[in-house]
Design a protein around this ligand. Structure first.
Ligand code: HMG
Ligand code: MG
Length: 316
């Protein structure tokens, strides 16, 4: 057994898990889109720089959506050029061709479309039915792949439960996943937008997707932590072979169009668990905690992450 370092768990590997996990950091987008007060552009840029300095390799930067829908991210044109020199992947959300044009004009090389498994959320988030939103994404994906092979992620929200419709049937989720993949998305992220999933449900959905021919290597998971299940759900996904996990520094986050959404799985809590399992992420936990403490000071409230709280108390 390896010796534990101060402020880090003892690494004790468990069988049947991936050796490396890529963390898709969403704090600057999913986190800051949900803040009541808009964070100044310079603070966002500094946040992303600090995140890049922790060893994170994929940092979702912002969204090129309608500025009236998400005013918190209306500064995307100002922000992106301030960070585009960073040696990390900087995906951005684009709902339609207008968003793609804006992103490509700034040199973005990774974009994400975002679908819903339910009609209610498709309407609330995109002003479209599920099929109308898939039709909106189709030219986005084909142009992104055609014009210089831009990497496209397809988010799928409400994969487990929906605040208007309740539990979401697995086949309904599988249908939209298949449509996104068939359209040409390079990877999918399965969103538990309101945090109601539990581990058995995660295992069942991943099994159904495998059955439907969706390769697990193309799947990431995106858990919100409303009921404290995000880490347990992540472990269930890792056991099924998933090795891309979305998380948000300090547990920032939510969705302004789904009232019961709270913060994402905190990146620090994820790194703590993965480190304990002996799984490599390349992330320096101490630097990450320091970044979230710094951001929490800007936001004027402590981070909800248990790991941030434990390690920042330990340091003081
Ligand atoms: P709409 O009102 O139906 O727009 O909104 P439209 O297509 O009818 O266009 C109306 C006007 O908006 C036009 O201008 C367009 O040019 C303009 P006009 O011709 O009238 O002058 N417009 C735009 N302007 C700038 N950028 C654009 C853009 N698109 C149209 N991209 C729309 C449809 C999709 C635009 C809107 O619903 C929207 O922006 N939605 C974004 C919602 C959002 O960002 N939600 C949060 C992200 S999703 C999430 O958080 C979940 C996730 O984390 C996973 C999980 O947890 O489940 C990813
Ligand atoms: Mg989300």
């Amino acid at each position: 057994m390896n010796t534990p370092e101060l402020g880090l768990p003892m690494p004790v590997p468990a069988a049947g898990l991936p050796t490396h996990v890529r963390i898709h950091e969403v704090g600057a987008r999913d986190g800051l889109q949900n803040e009541k007060a808009t964070v100044p552009t310079a603070v966002k840029a500094e946040f992303i720089r600090r995140l890049a300095g922790t060893g994170l390799t994929t940092i979702e930067a912002t969204s090129f959506v309608h500025p009236k829908w998400v005013p918190q991210l209306a500064d995307a044109e100002d922000l992106y050029p301030q960070i585009s020199d960073l040696p990390v992947s900087l995906p951005v959300l684009v709902p339609n061709e207008r968003g793609l044009d804006r992103a490509l004009a700034l040199g973005a090389r990774r974009v994400a479309v975002f679908a819903s498994a339910t009609e209610s959320f498709a309407k609330a988030n995109l002003n479209r039915t599920v099929d109308e939103s898939l039709a909106m994404f189709e030219p986005v994906v084909s142009r992104a792949k055609g014009e210089g092979d831009v990497h496209v992620r397809g988010y799928l929200s409400m994969c487990f439960g929906d605040p208007w419709e309740g539990p979401v049937p697995v086949p309904q989720v599988v249908r939209v996943c298949r449509a996104l993949l068939d359209m040409g998305c390079d990877e999918l992220s399965l969103g538990d937008t309101i945090g109601v999933a539990t581990p058995g449900h995660v295992t069942a959905l991943l099994a159904a997707l495998t059955e439907a021919g969706v390769p697990v290597s193309a799947l990431g998971v995106h858990f919100h932590d409303t009921y404290g299940q995000a880490l347990a759900n992540t472990l269930a996904a890792l056991q099924q072979g998933v090795s891309t996990v979305d998380a948000s520094a300090g547990g920032l986050g939510g969705c302004p169009f789904a009232k019961s959404a709270t913060g994402n799985l905190a990146t620090e809590d994820l790194v703590w668990m993965l480190r304990g399992l002996g799984i490599d992420t390349g992330v320096d936990l101490g630097r990450l905690v320091a970044t979230s403490v710094w951001m929490a000071a800007h936001l004027g409230r402590p981070s909800p992450s248990r790991t941030v709280r434990a390690l920042s108390h330990q340091e003081s």
